[in-house]
Design a protein around this ligand. Structure first.
Ligand code: NDP
Length: 270
């Protein structure tokens, strides 16, 4: 049997076992998929133990995506660009690291939300690990430009500089966001943890798609978008399922049908 897992801290909330078990049913493949709680500083120990016990691959979630990058022996171009790994595969005793977050988001925007990213003006708020993972995939879709705003402006400036080889991206601070509408606003901050949202001018999201990477709750950003005439508001559940489907395909060479699983998981989390 193929043995998979997700390693994180905390890990109890993870929907990954349920999602991968649903994928495996579609192909009648028997897999096991477990949650592994690794203490901070102990990622490598738990990852090695899982591999020694016959693990074929695993996902990595907060806060270990950078540790997983260093742990990998070979990296895909997505993982190299992101500087972070969310999927590890063991093949011929080699540890391969991939990052499926960016393509997962793009697949959700294009396939599930029917968005075309070409020539669009896209504002991303936040410059943490998630933004690092999604910038390349979005820029490869040739938007007009990405505006990248972050509370700590030096981080958005640095990311804009690092990713400018993939397309047009400008970094600045939250206080420099103009109230002029853009096509898509992506909230990639964790401000919801404190029940907050970044301070944004209302006019920004008029007629826009507003997408929060967070899922399972209506975040303050999503409420703000509804109240400020956004055309469409979405959470990140579709991205979660799409990035999982890409991991499944990376391990097993099978592309799961994601739309039915998104509906199923939505019923459970809502
Ligand atoms: P990080 O901790 O790496 O980054 C957090 C970001 O949020 C930073 O840019 C930080 O700004 C900003 N921030 C935090 N609080 C505030 C606030 N009160 N006001 C303004 N900005 C704030 O987190 P990640 O990038 O890893 O994750 C971001 C979000 O994306 C999380 O909600 C996570 O759950 C979600 N996510 C969803 C995925 C999915 O599949 N749907 C996949 C991956 C992530 P500063 O730099 O100034 O501290």
């Amino acid at each position: 049997m193929n043995r998979f897992a997700v390693i994180g801290n905390p890990i109890n909330h993870s929907l990954s076992p349920m999602i991968h078990n649903e994928f495996s049913k579609e192909f009648s493949i028997e897999i096991s998929y477990e949650k592994i709680l690794a203490p901070i500083e102990k990622f490598a120990l738990h990852a090695e133990k899982f591999i020694q016990n016959g693990g074929s691959g695993f996902n990595i979630t907060l806060p270990f995506k950078i540790d997983a990058y260093s742990f990998s022996e070979e990296l895909t171009s997505n993982a190299k660009a992101a500087g972070a790994v969310n999927t590890i595969k063991i093949e011929n005793n080699v540890i391969f690291g991939e990052n499926t977050d960016g393509t997962g988001l793009v697949n959700d925007l294009e396939k599930n939300l029917n968005q075309n990213l070409i020539d669009k003006e896209i504002l991303i708020i936040g410059a943490g690990g998630a933004t690092q993972g999604i910038l390349k995939a979005i820029l490869e879709k040739k938007p007009e430009k990405i505006l990248l705003a972050n509370r700590t402006s030096k981080k958005s400036l640095k990311l804009a500089n690092d990713f400018s080889k993939f397309g047009k991206v400008c970094g600045f601070g939250l206080d420099q966001i103009k109230s002029k509408p853009v096509d898509i606003v992506i909230n990639a901050t964790s401000a919801w943890i404190d029940g907050e949202m970044p301070n944004l001018p209302g006019g920004l999201c008029e007629g826009a798609l507003c997408y929060d990477l967070m899922y399972g709750i209506e975040t303050p950003f999503m409420k703000w978008a509804h109240h400020n005439s956004a055309k469409m508001v979405s959470d990140g559940l579709g991205m979660l399922v799409e990035q999982a489907a890409l991991s499944f395909n990376y391990w097993l060479g099978k592309k799961p049908n994601t739309s039915s699983i998104i509906s199923l998981i939505r019923e459970i989390v809502d």
